[in-house]
Design a protein around this ligand. Structure first.
Ligand SMILES: [Zn+2]
Ligand SMILES: [Zn+2]
Length: 842
């Protein structure tokens, strides 16, 4: 390398220098109060779990958000760009088991280390608003919300089957079960257990959550689809089949309620099928030991299938109970079966089986030789019908008074009759289940409930009074791997007095799911020190909804549904006016290396610290943005980081070398540019236009960085002319000044350094973003490819404003084109202005 050693780009000097200056100026990244009168912009990246080390996925996620925050600052917005810690959760307990560090100490140490990493990376966070969810000043408000929701009947307890990870020794949410195994222990099958659990009644908001999705047009369609499917609304009908024997004996249970989306096929029902756990099945088996054995086997099968995560693939199997039900529409007597594929927790746990019009029922009827009765046929009666005929585009037959109606008409009429005769009616069901929040863990928010030992209010739990919040987590505690909550082994915590009668009582020892913490943390940021309320409503009104939220698509269901639910509850509590938390959502791709997601277990983790030490923070950040469009997976290549680092070195040399001339040109009027000046200014203004458009639309920061690289290439190629003074100081100033501004969102350290070098005023962070001059950006000439019979023959140069006629003439005059048209007929000329000419020649 012929580079002068004195002219060496040295991020290890530049970056710590600026880091120190920025740290001494806490106002730099601080949001101003609402009263500042500026337009607000709330940009947020999902808060990290403080595992102790940032990884490259973090660097990418936060580089995207930081670039956007800086871009918006440069546009004069009042930007809120906060950071915090999702600090509760199991790893702290595991670490405590492993190396006997208390979870709190372990967590706070990790936070301190990661904060240092963030600062070294030059992330523009407002640390004055930092939120740490494991601190009482935060989790106390979780408890406050819990009580407010309890008052509104949005919190309740019930005994339920839970997913139990033997490794975690705790309950998992359905969403935490991946392919039958624990989400944190991918080789540990999840078991089913019965436990009394606390639930949030998220199902009360199912329709609201579904409707809200229609308005979220700033969200990726794939995320909205995933949420729609998760909520899983289905419209149908509930119908009571009568229990035949009940008529004779007047038994307590006289009906079986089934849910169906196809009541129009009910005349084709040839059996009723019950889940093995259905209450009626227990009655039947009481008098039938054989049946009992078979039912128990089915319950086992379901359990095993659930544990294996393939409930849908269960080998379908059923047993007739010997009992009969009566179809309320036609008085038809049908046998009652128990079947292993009917789930107790879906619909009513009972279905009518219509083999002629349902794939699954057809398969079952064939297996057990049950009758198959066709009741729907296509409107065109000449068409042959292959059963099962599952389409709803049809007309009823064999259906008494409903014959000849279309499926839709029949559904409406049948619902009317069910209502009139009081045996059912329309019903909407959701797949969404209530949110089980109890965890048998230590490191989480204590649930603010106590159980009175003298049962002064019966068996109901007694809420902790608001003025006794927060219920503090005891700090010195021995973590063991025994099942159950560690808190039940801490007498000072466990034993308390009943708020109602003052007698002895025991505290609830379960803690809350950590998804509670992340459901509302972003409301706390703008008012993080509030001791009297979770946040001030007026402050929330100014900042919400969040303008841009950035995080991984793996949060499409859990976190992003729970936080929408929380927002709707807070709206109904009168705390906020917005009914969605996030206006625009961006989901970035993963960082992979050697074909796999970076993870400790695969040994392919690249440490940000190492990258920063070798190449500097700017290079690591710029590479994370340059290597792939942000929404795609990024394949980490170390050569790539080195390449980006060399590019930044070129920028540094270029600007440093010509800075004296540029400084002299500050404030000087520019002459009308021509020659090399015009060429470089054109490139500059094209780059500004391109990068600005990308920020405002598709966020392809990789092409933004590429545009800056092209600009730098052109400037370097003109080095001799620049050195010879062919470019005036005023133009030089504009070129270098704008280059630094364009670089500022992506490589803040280098931008700050060069800004100072150019004599820029104040901080580059608040310097206005450059504006593209369309007159300067416009090309004089355009290159247009010419095809003959679809084959590329040549590229012609025409004036940028040439019309179709002029372009056609230029194409026909081209030598290469003429060599292919001489002696032939040009049958057609297609001109796509500024893009393409295509000649059809015969
Ligand atoms: Zn587990
Ligand atoms: Zn009591």
């Amino acid at each position: 390398m012929a580079e002068d050693n004195e002219l060496r780009y040295d991020p290890s000097t530049i970056e710590p220098k600026w880091q120190k200056r920025w740290a001494a100026d806490p106002k730099l990244y601080a949001a101003e109060p609402a009263s500042c009168g500026k337009l607000k912009y709330y940009v947020l990246e999902m808060l990290p779990y403080p595992s102790g080390q940032l990884h490259m996925g973090h660097v990418r996620n936060y580089s995207i958000g930081d670039a956007l925050a800086r871009y918006m600052w440069m546009h004069g917005y009042n930007v809120l760009h906060p950071m915090g810690w999702d600090a509760f959760g199991l790893p702290a307990e595991n670490a405590a088991l492993k190396n006997h560090t208390p979870p709190r100490e372990w967590t706070l140490n990790n936070i301190a280390g990661m904060k240092r990493q963030f600062e070294r990376l030059g992330m523009g966070f407002d640390w004055a608003t930092e939120v740490t969810t494991c601190m009482p000043d935060y989790y106390g408000w979780n408890q406050w919300f819990f009580l407010r929701m309890h008052e509104r009947d949005l919190v309740y307890r019930k005994k339920s089957k839970v997913n139990w990870c033997p490794e975690c020794a705790t309950v998992l949410a359905n969403e935490q079960v991946i392919d039958g195994c624990c989400w944190r222990h991918e080789n540990t099958p999840v078991e089913q257990r019965d436990l009394v659990q606390w639930f949030f009644r998220i199902t009360a908001y199912a329709q609201d959550l579904l409707d809200g999705l229609d308005k979220l047009d700033g969200w990726p369609e794939k995320v909205r689809t995933m949420q729609r499917n998760w909520i899983g609304r289905s419209e149908g009908t509930e119908v009571d089949f009568f229990l035949e024997e009940a008529k004779k004996k007047g038994a307590a249970k006289t009906r079986i309620r089934v849910f169906t989306t196809r009541v129009d096929t009910i005349f084709g029902a040839t059996s009723v099928q019950l889940a093995p756990q259905h209450v009626l099945v227990a009655e039947f088996t009481a008098a039938n030991p054989d049946l009992k054995v078979q039912v128990e086997e089915m319950i086992e099968q379901q359990k095993r299938a659930r544990e294996a995560g393939d409930l849908g693939a269960i080998e379908k199997h059923g047993v007739p109970t010997g009992h009969f039900a009566v179809n309320p529409y036609n008085g038809q007597r049908v046998p009652i079966w128990v079947a292993n594929y009917i789930l107790a927790d879906y619909g009513t746990g009972a279905i009518m089986s219509v083999p002629a019009h349902d794939e699954r029922d057809f398969e079952f009827a064939v297996k057990y030789n049950l009758p198959i009765v066709q009741v729907i046929h296509p409107e065109d009666k000449t068409l042959a019908v292959l059963l099962p005929f599952v389409s709803e585009e049809g007309v009823l037959l064999n259906s008494g008074e409903f014959d000849g109606l279309t499926c839709a008409e029949a559904q409406a009429k049948m619902q009317e009759r069910a209502i009139a005769e009081k045996f059912g009616g329309p019903k909407v069901t959701f797949r969404l289940k209530d949110w089980g929040v109890s965890r048998q863990r230590y490191w989480g928010t204590p649930i603010p409930m106590v159980y009175c030992l003298s049962h002064c209010v019966g068996d109901r739990p007694v809420p902790v009074p608001y003025d006794q919040l927060p219920v503090l987590l005891p700090e010195q505690i021995e973590i063991t791997q025994q099942g159950g909550s560690p808190l039940s082994r801490v007498p000072e915590f466990l034993n308390t007095t009943c708020p109602k009668c003052g007698g002895p009582a025991k505290r609830e020892t379960d803690t809350m799911d950590t998804f509670v913490d992340s459901s509302w943390y972003f409301y706390r940021y703008p008012d993080a020190k509030n001791a009297n309320a979770p946040f001030d409503s007026a402050v929330a009104k100014y900042w919400f909804p969040i303008d841009q939220y950035i995080g991984g698509v793996e949060h499409a269901i859990l976190h992003l549904i729970y936080s929408r639910f929380w927002t709707k509850v807070m709206r109904d509590l009168g705390l906020i006016e917005n009914d969605e938390p996030v206006r625009r959502l961006f989901t970035q791709g993963m960082v992979i290396k050697d074909g796999a997601k970076m993870s400790k277990s695969k040994g392919n983790v690249v440490s940000p610290d190492e990258m920063v030490a070798r190449f500097g923070a700017d290079s690591a950040r710029l590479y994370a943005l340059f290597a792939a469009p942000p929404d795609r997976d990024l394949d980490w290549q170390e050569d790539g980081v080195a390449g980006v680092s060399r590019f930044l070195a070129r920028v540094w040399r270029l600007v440093t070398k010509h800075a004296p001339i540029a400084r002299a040109g500050r404030g000087q009027p520019a002459d009308a540019p021509s020659g090399i000046s015009l060429k470089l200014l054109r490139k500059l203004h094209q780059s500004i236009a391109k990068i600005t458009l990308d920020f405002e639309t598709r966020w392809h920061f990789n092409t933004c960085v590429a545009a800056i690289m092209e600009l730098v290439n052109d400037l370097q190629a003109a080095d001799a002319q620049l050195a010879a003074g062919e470019v005036s100081p005023a133009v030089m100033h504009e070129l270098l000044h704008s280059l630094v501004l364009l670089l500022a969102p992506f490589a803040p350290y280098l931008a700050a350094e060069l800004w100072e070098e150019l004599g820029g005023e104040g901080t580059v962070l608040r310097a206005p973003w450059p504006k593209s001059d369309p007159g300067l950006a416009k090309e004089d000439e355009l290159e247009i490819p010419v095809q003959v019979n679809g084959k590329l023959v040549t590229v012609i140069r025409v004036a940028a404003d040439a019309d179709a006629k002029a372009i056609e003439a230029a194409a026909l005059a081209d030598e290469k084109v003429q060599s292919r048209t001489t002696g032939k007929t040009v049958a057609k000329v297609i001109v796509v202005p500024a893009k393409l000419v295509n000649l059809v020649v015969r």
